[in-house]
Design a protein around this ligand. Structure first.
Ligand code: SAM
Ligand code: SF4
Length: 358
């Protein structure tokens, strides 16, 4: 296959994507360079921020990779108080973040869903409707998604984790609570409700192949999602998948594959919002900037009160766990300026792909 011809395409076959994901050295650099060029042309050099609130680590699920799974009894469970959430919102406004993202373990009991509805109403009131809200609180019924949308959330991130159903059941318990079909239905439900819907996958999962990843990219395109957040799988000692620690591909390979996945997707879906996941920073100190240079345009600086963060370790050695929010803002300004990007302060930074269809 001729690389130069491929780099000017937007629609790829699975074989072409496998070829691109296998690039190394100078050829890989050419792919990343092209993706940056496409990003700058289509969405510019602005990176938008989503101040992350890790709202609660209480989870009813038992995903085999995640440090806050219900089966991990080493974790001290918490839920951030309403007052602390409002303080985070005030801080986001003060720092000019424009949007927040509320992420949590999955609960579908009414006390939880009502609480999120209440918080959304209050956040909208408190910020005079100025702050954008992304939710990432797992699978819910269409009614709950509707209620949250009406209360003010307008973006939702629900990773499919892998589009390979067989692999999905290798990384989740095989029961009704962890159904591939339900997860997929939930993504469709979010789209139906009018959310800017995001999904994503983990990269470098046990037994995952390059073909699986090529299929993931085709899956995102077929679903026509507005946002994607993908990042390397990082084994957590207190989870069942940690037994694969030595048999999965190396950290560097997982990171390089993430760069190539992001770059390919920018070519395929030029106007979507793509997150530079913090997990990349765990592998490479300049991980997030490198992912931004490969095509990502969203960063999620952590706003969670520091005393809770040690208990939201979905994977180990999470970057920036001890950073104070204002230090984090200054650090991001400098890091992004160093790679010729700027932060879109006080803007929602919605996905252009959601409004302008190709
Ligand atoms: N509970 C919600 C859900 O699962 O959609 C949202 C929170 S969950 C912690 C957010 C994401 O963390 C998951 O979608 C998963 O991709 C990622 N994650 C969990 N464990 C991970 C690990 N060991 N390595 C990398 N990412 C991980
Ligand atoms: Fe719970 Fe989400 Fe972790 Fe699964 S990935 S155990 S649903 S927090």
């Amino acid at each position: 296959m001729k690389l130069e011809t491929l780099l000017n395409k937007k629609d790829f076959t699975k074989e072409e994507l496998i070829f691109l994901l296998g690039l190394e050295g100078e050829d890989m650099d050419k792919l990343l360079k092209k993706a940056l060029e496409v990003k700058l042309k289509e969405v510019g050099n602005t990176v938008y921020l989503r101040g992350l609130i890790e709202y609660s680590n209480r989870c009813t699920k038992n995903c085999l990779y995640c440090g806050v799974r219900i089966g991990n009894d080493k974790v001290e469970r918490y839920t951030v108080s309403d007052e602390d959430v409002f303080e985070c919102v005030d801080l986001a406004m003060k720092l000019g973040y424009g949007s927040i993202a509320i992420q949590s373990g999955e609960r579908s009991d009414k006390a939880f869903t009502d609480k999120i509805t209440y918080l959304l109403h209050e956040i909208k009131k408190r910020s005079d409707g100025k702050i954008g809200v992304t939710l990432s609180c797992g699978e819910q019924t269409e009614e709950v998604y509707k209620e949250w949308f009406e209360a003010g959330a307008h973006r939702y991130l629900l990773r499919i984790e892998t589009s390979n159903k067989e692999l999905y059941y290798k990384i989740h318990p095989n029961d009704d609570k962890h159904s591939f079909e339900k997860r997929l239905d939930a993504i469709y439900s979010l789209k139906n409700q009018g959310y800017q819907t995001g999904t994503g996958v983990m990269i470098g999962l046990p037994t995952q192949t390059i073909e699986d990843l090529a299929n993931d990219l085709l899956f995102f395109k077929k679903l026509d999602v507005a946002m994607v957040g993908m990042g390397p799988f990082i084994p957590h000692d207190d989870t069942p998948l940690s037994i694969y620690r030595d048999s999965i591909i190396s950290e560097q390979d997982r990171f390089d594959l993430t760069l190539k996945m992001v770059a390919c997707l920018r070519l395929m879906m030029p106007r979507i919002n793509m997150v530079a996941a913090t997990a990349n920073q765990t592998i490479d100190p300049k991980g997030r900037e490198k992912i931004v240079q490969a095509g990502a345009n969203i960063i999620m600086p952590n706003l969670t009160p520091t005393r809770f963060r040690e208990n939201y370790l979905i994977y180990p050695n999470k970057a920036c766990v001890g950073d104070k929010p204002d230090e984090c803002k200054n650090c991001l300004d400098l890091r992004l300026a160093a790679v010729k990007h700027k932060i879109g302060y006080n803007e929602w930074g919605d996905s252009k792909a959601f409004f302008i269809k190709d």
